[in-house]
Design a protein around this ligand. Structure first.
Ligand SMILES: [Zn+2]
Length: 136
């Protein structure tokens, strides 16, 4: 990842978070299967429910640029320990990147890696929508 470590890059991305209410910043770097990188930071709204997480910002940027095959998403927050994606982000990642690897960093630059499927077992998937019997 460029000439700096993923951890250093994540710190730069996290610093761009727009989190005036929670002060809880999160940065994410999404890597496609072809090696392209898309970054995301959490962006808060004064109407809190409209806030969007760093993970979904990165994913939506990539999707809007036509990317559809993803390898890895790395995440660093202001939390002392590893910060796993929220339920909404897990679901959206499952919709578009079910085989992605989720890499969580803590403040010391240590990392843990999870397959998304381990973070969202028995997930609701697009295939389940298609499994509904046809109603006449
Ligand atoms: Zn989230």
């Amino acid at each position: 990842m460029r000439n700096k470590s993923t951890f250093d890059f994540l710190k730069e991305i996290r610093a761009k978070a727009i989190a005036p209410y929670s002060k809880f910043r999160v940065g994410a770097v999404l890597v496609t299967k072809t090696g392209k990188q898309f970054t995301g930071q959490n962006i808060e709204s004064s109407s809190y429910g409209l806030t969007i997480c760093a993970e979904r910002v990165a994913l939506f940027k990539a999707l809007s640029e036509g990317e559809d095959e993803f390898q890895q998403i790395s995440i660093l927050s202001d939390a002392r320990d590893f910060c796993s994606p929220c339920g909404a982000c897990r679901q959206v990642l499952m919709d578009f990147a079910p085989d992605i690897e989720v890499v969580l960093y803590n403040q010391r630059g240590e990392r843990v890696v999870y397959p998304l499927k381990d973070l969202l077992p028995d997930a609701f998937t697009p295939e389940r929508l298609n499994s509904v019997p046809q109603v006449k």
